[in-house]
Design a protein around this ligand. Structure first.
Ligand SMILES: C[S@@+](CC[C@H](N)C(=O)[O-])C[C@H]1O[C@@H](n2cnc3c(N)ncnc32)[C@H](O)[C@@H]1O
Length: 283
């Protein structure tokens, strides 16, 4: 694993040449690795975003707008779960670096929209993505903002095989893009240390999500490019809970996230019909 704040790690002992989507050729470590849950065409669409990952009004706008809600959710649950130093008191979420001393893996980090702010909350963050082009964008942005974290172009499956384990694992807006949800969630669960936390966020498979997340967001409002999501790949909260349980993770909270068009704002809600997030504890 690279040192904190070091260069993008795209090189493995095996090492293979990868021609990135930005006119650069660089070494990638996982091209021959385990990409069993990677939908290559879907990941290629994300990789083609390039600089658009960080354009607040570009095609990743929904993720930028969602960020404050999901960061608060993740931060507050971590602060409740992991006590302050040697005490039994919860951490103070409002103090600087509330996540200090905790290792956090962000799976499917894309351009780093979530990983970077979590690193700024003090966690020792590793962001991974199967698309080397995404990792390149994420690292360039972290360099620009002076944020210290580690990025690697590897799959979760490869990291699990390396024996890496983390206090906290996040996979936000990723499960609806993989080829095998159960296998992917089990891998994510395996990367969490005992008593650690696994956070996931995704889209529920309901008629309302078809109307809002596919028809509304892709065809009417054009928030995201057409074809970003396939409704059949959306996952119900029960399916996600069952998949986590199969990996030894006990889901203990689920929260909806809803959009208020009048305030142009996302907020946490009890409504799980479309977007939702959840957290479980590795037993
Ligand atoms: C909608 S984006 C979410 C990015 C980031 N998690 C966020 O919320 O800001 C989905 C990301 O998942 C990644 N991805 C897709 N399949 C994956 C897999 N099997 N394992 C890990 N990452 C995957 C894609 O490359 C892409 O960066």
């Amino acid at each position: 694993m690279t040192a904190k704040g070091a260069q993008v790690n795209l090189l493995s002992p095996e090492g293979g040449l990868f021609s990135g989507g930005f006119g650069q050729t660089f070494e990638a470590d996982d091209m021959a690795g385990n990409r069993a849950t990677v939908d290559e065409a879907d990941v290629a669409r994300f990789e083609a975003l390039g600089e658009d990952w960080w354009a607040e009004h570009g095609s990743m706008r929904p993720l930028h707008r969602l960020n404050p809600v999901r960061i608060a959710y993740i931060r507050d649950h971590i602060c409740q779960h992991f006590p302050e130093g040697d005490t039994v008191r919860p951490r103070d979420a409002k103090r600087p670096n509330p996540l200090a001393g905790l290792s956090l893996l962000d799976i499917g980090c894309g351009g780093g929209i979530l990983a970077e702010p979590l690193a700024r909350l003090g966690a020792d963050v590793t962001g991974i993505d199967p698309a080397p082009g995404n990792i390149q964008i994420a690292q360039a942005h972290a360099d620009e903002t002076g944020t210290s974290l580690t990025y690697r172009a590897v799959t979760a499956e490869d990291l699990l095989a390396e024996g890496a384990r983390f206090d906290i694992v996040t996979a936000m807006e990723v499960v609806e893009h993989v080829t095998d949800v159960n296998a992917f969630v089990k891998t994510c669960a395996g990367l969490v240390k005992p008593n650690g936390l696994l956070f996931m966020a995704t889209l529920n498979r309901t008629l309302k999500s078809f109307a809002l997340a596919i028809v509304g967001a892709e065809y009417v409002l054009r928030w995201v490019p057409k074809g970003t999501h396939q409704w059949e790949k959306f996952i119900t909260p029960q399916e996600l809970e069952d998949a986590m349980a199969a990996g030894g993770v006990d889901l203990f909270d689920t929260a909806g996230v809803v959009y208020n068009p009048l305030r142009n704002k996302w907020s946490q809600s009890r409504d799980l019909d479309v977007n939702y997030m959840c957290v479980g504890r590795r037993v």
